[in-house]
Design a protein around this ligand. Structure first.
Ligand code: SF4
Length: 151
């Protein structure tokens, strides 16, 4: 079962592209996806403004907490995160937060170093012609990806 959290994916048109890509893959791989209905762009920005350099900590926490609560509601055995697939994220921080939130929610966090599947993931998405994101998600990461100093 997948869970698509989306407050951190900007702009909304990018969010829809990623949602569509996930749904396309879920059809192929035969699993279901729970979609977050809200799109709280303002709430996300209000929580990270003036501390942009630490924004990922808030982002990890809110994503993992939402997933843990969803897992509790659905009575799942474990929960985990696609953050653990990324080479660009802080694994030890995600692991510690996930385990702590799992204890609070009463659903264990499943840790695995999914980075080992990085290359395979890229090849699979190309083979299936699935949309590939070009930046992490928030507008700050979009600017870091595309803005060139002086341009
Ligand atoms: S860079 Fe990625 S992990 Fe960090 S705040 Fe933005 S969307 Fe979240």
């Amino acid at each position: 079962m997948g869970f698509f959290y989306r407050h951190n994916i900007h702009p909304f048109t990018e969010c829809l592209k990623r949602q569509e890509a996930l749904d396309q893959y879920a059809d192929t791989a035969d699993f279901k996806v729970i979609h977050q209905k809200e799109y709280d762009l303002r709430g996300f920005l209000q929580n990270v403004v003036y501390r942009e350099s630490d924004r990922c900590l808030y982002c990890y926490h809110d994503r993992l907490k939402s997933t843990a609560l969803m897992a509790r509601r659905g009575q799942f055995d474990f929960f985990t995160s696609t953050l653990l697939y990324s080479k660009h994220q802080k694994h030890e921080t995600i692991r510690a937060m996930g385990e702590s939130l799992g204890k609070s929610a009463g659903v264990p966090f499943f840790y695995h170093d999914f980075r080992e599947g990085w290359k395979e993931g890229i090849e699979t998405s190309k083979r299936l012609e699935i949309y590939r994101q070009q930046y992490c998600g928030c507008i700050y990461s979009e600017a870091e990806r595309y803005h060139r100093k002086g341009s």
